[in-house]
Each structure stands twice: as C-alpha cells, then as structure tokens.
Design a protein around this ligand. Structure first.
Ligand SMILES: N[C@@H](CCC[C@H](N)C(=O)O)C(=O)O
Length: 287
C-alpha cells in the first residue's frame, strides 16, 4: 500500500499528514509506530489524518495519533498544521476553517503571514474531566486554581511535586519551575505521564515564568516524549498561570522550537493560540 504524505512542523513539533479525502488511510497502531520512528520510518511526534467531515457543521474531520500509535483527543500545533495543509493544497477556500476533532469542534484562521490562529475552546479543571484520581488528596487553593500534590518515586526517594490540572480536550499536569533548562524533564516526565492517578496518562508541563506576559515551557508529551513545542501544553500552562494570578493575557510562550502567543480572558472563555505551521516536504511511503 503506497500512501502520499506531507511532513510538517509547528514550532518544531513535527507531524506526518495524510490526506484521507483522496486516498484510503487505514493504519494499525503498529504502522503508526513504524511511520513515526525516526530511524526506521519517516519520523514524527504525531501523525495527522485529514478526513471528509462527518458533522455537517464542519469542513473536515481530523484525527491525531501519537508516535506510540495511540489516538488522542487534541493537538494544538497539529491543528495549525492541519489548517495550513488544507489551505496550501487548495482543499478548501474557507477561512476560518471548522474542523471536528475527538475533543470537539475547533475553528482555525490562516493569517496573511502564514501563521495560524486557533480557537482552542474552553479549558476544564475538575479532576474527573482530566481525568485525575483525587481520592484521599487535598488540593491547595492558589488564586482561582487548585494545586494538587503528586508523589513521584525517584531512585533517590519519594518526591512530591505540585501540579495544576488543565484539560484542553487532552490532559495536562503543569508545574512551575525556577529554571526550565535545569528542570528534570527527562527524569520526572515519564513518571508524571504514567502516574497511577492519571488513568488516561497525561502530558507534563514545566513552566518558568519570566514576567506576567512571558513564560518558557518544556513539555514531556504523553505518547511522544519531550517535544520541541506543545500547543495544548502552551494553552494549559498559560491558563494555569492566569488562574494562579501569576500571568496576564496575552502571554508569549517560548518553547525550544519556537514561540506561540496565547490569549485567555479567564474562566468561561475560550483560549486562542497563534503560531507557525510549516510544510517541510512531500513524499510517498510504501507500507
Ligand atoms: N503536540 C501536541 C499534543 C499532542 C497530543 C498529546 N501528546 C497527548 O497525548 O495528549 C500539541 O501541540 O498540543
């Protein structure tokens, strides 16, 4: 089976995009893992499948698969890549584009400079919406937010960290660190991702606050490991910072692969994200 694909990235978070409107794309989890493999396959953090709409109120449906083969609800950088993909390849003349994801409908606008602005919807915070098993735990109020203790079993002993919980359709545990470059992302990221209190696992964000309108962020992503940027992670970190009264909208998020601009006007409002979406090359793979 030969499939045409496009390699893209959004601030260094990289994707393989398949157009399932013009070719049949029916891949197993094993095939997704192979394609995402950086040595034996093409290499990507996530694989995106663009499909015809199922919901008449939308222009497309798009599905997201992590490098580990698992399907997920939402992907911020991927959403921007999707919008650029359907625009550049003339699959629609709509702008904004409405697309159905596993987490619901989102709206995307391609700007004149090629950047994409996405309405990422309303964040959610209650433990059952993450989901997070809070049984026996006492959250600590911080501004409008609730901070939850998370015990990690490290080789040097038990360490308890404090995280804000945010769902952007997908789960995020965000902690504040003094210096993001020295944060133990590789060591504690997998422990947070697979912590028993997150039944669906989680993305783990490490945020350094530079000032009320700027943060540095690293994210250890569920199913992909540390990526150069995470769009939903950027939204989750900014929302957590604003709820904790440490940040004010708009906020510039500096990831290792690029910069995203996030706005949020507080509880009950939708989050918007603006950032780049770049086509790297087109190819064909014989599976
Ligand atoms: N890179 C993404 C998030 C992709 C999904 C995530 N790893 C998850 O499992 O929820 C982004 O830009 O948001």
């Amino acid at each position: 089976m030969k499939l045409k694909f496009t390699k893209m990235h959004g601030a260094g978070n990289d994707f393989i995009v398949f157009d399932a409107c013009t070719q049949k794309v029916d891949l197993t989890a094993e095939q997704f893992r192979f394609i995402a493999d950086r040595r034996f396959g093409i290499g990507a953090d996530q694989i995106l499948i663009v499909e015809k709409p199922q919901n008449p109120a939308t222009d497309f449906r798009y599905r997201i698969f992590n490098a580990d083969g698992g399907e997920v609800e939402q992907c911020g950088n991927g959403a921007r890549a999707f919008a650029r993909f359907v625009t550049v390849f003339n699959m629609t003349d709509r702008n904004p584009v409405r697309v159905e994801t596993k987490a619901g409908i989102i709206e995307l606008r391609v700007e004149k400079n090629g950047n994409v602005t996405v309405n990422m919807g309303k964040p959610e915070f209650s433990p059952d919406r993450i989901p997070f098993d809070a049984s026996g735990l006492k959250g600590k109020p911080a501004g409008d937010d609730m901070i939850w203790p998370l015990a990690l079993e490290l080789p040097k002993g038990l360490q308890t960290i404090e995280v804000s919980l945010v769902s952007m359709g997908n789960p995020h545990a965000v902690q504040i660190v003094e210096n993001v470059d020295k944060a133990p992302v590789g060591e504690t990221g997998p422990l947070i991702e697979n912590h028993a209190r997150f039944p669906n696992r989680t993305n783990a964000g490490f945020m350094e606050i530079e000032n009320r309108h700027s943060i540095k962020l690293r994210v250890f992503e569920r199913g992909a490991g540390e990526t150069l940027a995470c769009g939903t992670g950027a939204c989750a970190a900014v929302v957590a910072g604003i709820r904790r009264k440490l940040l004010d909208s708009p906020v510039t998020v500096k990831a290792r692969g690029g910069t995203l601009e996030i706005t949020w006007n507080g509880n009950g409002h939708e989050v918007t994200m603006t950032g780049p979406a770049v086509i790297v090359f087109n190819g064909e793979i014989d599976l």
